[in-house]
Ligand binder design. Structure first.
Ligand code: GUN
Length: 295
């Protein structure tokens, strides 16, 4: 049986360091970091995430600004709101929850956010900087995956890593981060041939495809580390509302050396990394040294 990597506990530790950093900024610089979260529409999963982000922001001592717009909001209205938030001194981080309704071009909205307030790390300036290894705001889920991996494995240098999924939110940025850690990186996707046999060569598997329980135990090299980014709600009659990942936990945990659970793995780390990015953004905007608690 594999070790279960406890994301909940690791995120709790990170949040307590973030809380310490927030208090240091307030005492030494009279600065309270502020995070604005924008939700358009009423997607139930997005509402849960946004509520959770706002609650944790306040719990670590930062200011939370929530903006809720109706499902039929125009792209122009959202651009105007983001531009207003860009101008506000008390707003250090801006996150527009995705997905956005069809009438809004998400890429335009993301690139309207000031790059130095883009705590999601999705702005083209931040993705470009990440790809050349320059200082940037790093997307939160990939940053969380990397922390979980380092916690489980230690030095990642020379490891064979496979990433299942090529999204801009997870697959591509996590590949950049693992390259920086000197892994040999493969990005697999829906057109990849013979995925199970490629997967079996990997020391590290990151599953971010959005297909419930796709990765099976016989795809895994014995002792490999498996990070499950999937959050899928199974809604068939027997398992009403159960959350499962992209990894078939039962069979994979028989073979892997370590594996993240769903829930309680990557999810809690993502929000903790968002709070950390908000502090980093605040310090860069104010030209303050990043507190040691989180550096
Ligand atoms: N929707 C799902 N994941 C994310 C994320 O990391 N950031 C934003 N803005 N929206 C999301």
């Amino acid at each position: 049986m594999s070790t279960v990597i406890d994301g909940k506990s690791l995120a709790r530790t990170l949040r307590s360091r973030i809380k310490q950093a927030v208090s240091e900024l307030q005492v030494e610089h009279n600065v309270v970091p502020g995070l604005a979260v924008v939700l358009v529409g009423e997607d139930p999963a997005s509402q849960v995430y946004v509520r959770s982000k706002a609650r944790q922001t306040v719990e670590v001592g930062m200011q939370s600004f929530e903006h809720r717009l109706s499902d039929n909001t125009s792209e122009g209205n959202l651009v105007q709101l983001v531009e207003e938030l860009n101008q506000k001194m008390e707003v250090n981080g801006i996150l527009v929850q995705l997905p956005l309704p069809g009438q809004i071009n998400a890429e335009r909205i993301i690139n309207t956010i000031s790059a130095n307030k883009d705590v999601d790390g999705f702005h083209v300036e931040n993705t470009g900087r990440l790809s050349i290894g320059a200082d940037s705001l790093i997307p939160c889920t990939p940053a969380g995956c990397l922390m979980l991996l380092k916690h489980a494995v230690g030095d990642l240098s020379g490891q064979n890593a496979i990433i299942l999924g090529r999204s801009n939110i997870v697959g591509k940025p996590v590949a950049q981060l693992l390259l920086q850690e000197h892994c040999t990186v493969t990005i697999a996707h829906s057109r990849t041939r013979d995925l199970p046999s490629i997967c079996r060569q990997a020391d590290i598997v990151i599953a971010a495809v959005g297909i419930p329980e796709m990765v099976k135990g016989d795809w895994i090299k014995p002792g490999a580390t498996v990070i499950d980014v999937g959050i899928n709600r199974i809604t068939d009659e027997s398992e009403n509302g159960k959350l499962v990942g992209d990894v078939d936990h039962a069979s994979v945990s028989e073979v892997a050396g370590a594996i993240t659970p769903v829930p309680g793995g990557v999810g809690p780390m993502t929000i903790a990394c968002l709070l950390q990015n908000t502090i980093i953004a605040t310090c860069r905007q104010r030209q303050i040294k990043i507190p040691e608690a989180i550096s």
